[in-house]
Design a protein around this ligand. Sequence first.
Ligand code: DGL
Length: 264
Amino acid sequence: MKVTYPIGVFDSGLGGLNVLKEMRLMLPNEDFVYLADNLNCPYGTKTETEILRLVGKVIDFFKRLSVKVIVLACNTTSAYLDLIRLRTEIPIIGVIVPTVKAALKASKKKNLAVLATNATVESGVYQKLLYSKIRRKSKKLHFIRCSEFVEAIEAGEVGTDYSRHLVYEKLSSLKECNLDTVVLACTHFDLYQDEIQIVFPEAKLITSGVATAKTLKKLLKKLNLKNQNQKGEVKLLMTGELESFRNRADWILNRQSFEKINLE
Ligand code: DGL
């Protein structure tokens, strides 16, 4: 493992770019390789077996590439972090633990809703972590399956009448719950912050980017793997359609170079 190796970042599509953006800001000397498996997006409507099969190929790809750390910038795969770690010696971090910590810190009343993909909600990971810190009897937390948001975001429906309607229809029944905090437990949903804030104008929205970037920074320091001596570069790789991804990735990162790869 060398200090100069890049950091591998994974998501099924655009969502993880929000995490990458924060990691770049916090760690400007690091090289990042971002892999979007957009050919197989969405992951969040797939079974556990299928998700593990797909992410296994991603891990094997990062192994061949020699990355020093892998960041699963995706809640749906982070839900299986312990199993995924068995596949490689490369240190792997996910977004869920940092996001839960950030949510617990930010939420005063612990009136929380967690918006995630169907698979993330079904995995029960957020329930387990949050209820281990919040007494179940005293609070009712809300865990909402929102996989349809992922598909709309990948299709470019952000900041449109359609997206505002979709989000409002899905979430407005929670308005009476007086939520103080809404956890965006899918990295794609960072792109729906405006849509979600319209429904819950008083609530704090918790995203995973900054918290995950801090976790990565600590890990690099602990492993003595921090690159200090250069201006970091980003490489963007994807398995599916290139053009539409390029346009949408520009919203987030302003990047120019993209490469299509095959994970088989
Ligand atoms: N952005 C991902 C997440 O955080 C995955 C969305 C999907 O592919 O369903 O869960």
